[in-house]
Design a protein around this ligand. Structure first.
Ligand SMILES: [Zn+2]
Length: 133
């Protein structure tokens, strides 16, 4: 069970995704920006404004995953705050069979990801069906 979060760079994230044994989820906590901006392919959307009440739902949708990467636009405020809330939630939960071993925040957020030329998805689906990367 994760008790704190660490930071990850875009290139570290890509190599993590390419490792076959990593079951990784990317969680976008931007608010309205996601609807008019692109997003990282395959990322889940849990807006920061309603993040706290949706944590139990997020934990359910992360079943089978062992690593989670949070990000917002720049990963300076909302991303780390949501990652911390998520870690706190997991550590307070009575059963610790959630399987999450690692909680991370993507450095420089979506803007850093996009600026470094990483692939993004422009779909408007609520649940992005693109394969990660
Ligand atoms: Zn998409």
């Amino acid at each position: 069970m994760a008790s704190r979060f660490s930071y990850i760079t875009p290139s570290q994230l890509i190599s993590l995704q390419q490792r076959r044994n990593t079951k990784l989820a990317i969680v976008d906590v931007r608010d309205d920006e996601r609807s008019y901006d692109a997003h990282i392919a395959g990322s889940l959307h849990y807006a920061s404004c309603s993040f706290y009440e949706r944590i139990p739902d997020l934990v359910r949708s992360l079943q089978g995953k062992d690593s989670v990467v949070f990000h917002c636009a720049l990963s300076q405020v909302r991303g780390p705050a949501c990652a911390k809330a998520f870690v706190d939630y997991l550590s307070q939960k009575k059963d610790d069979d959630d399987g999450i071993k690692e909680v991370m925040v993507l450095e420089r957020g979506f803007q850093g990801w996009e600026a470094s030329g990483r692939p993004v998805c422009h779909c408007t689906e609520i649940l992005c069906k693109s394969e990660s990367i």
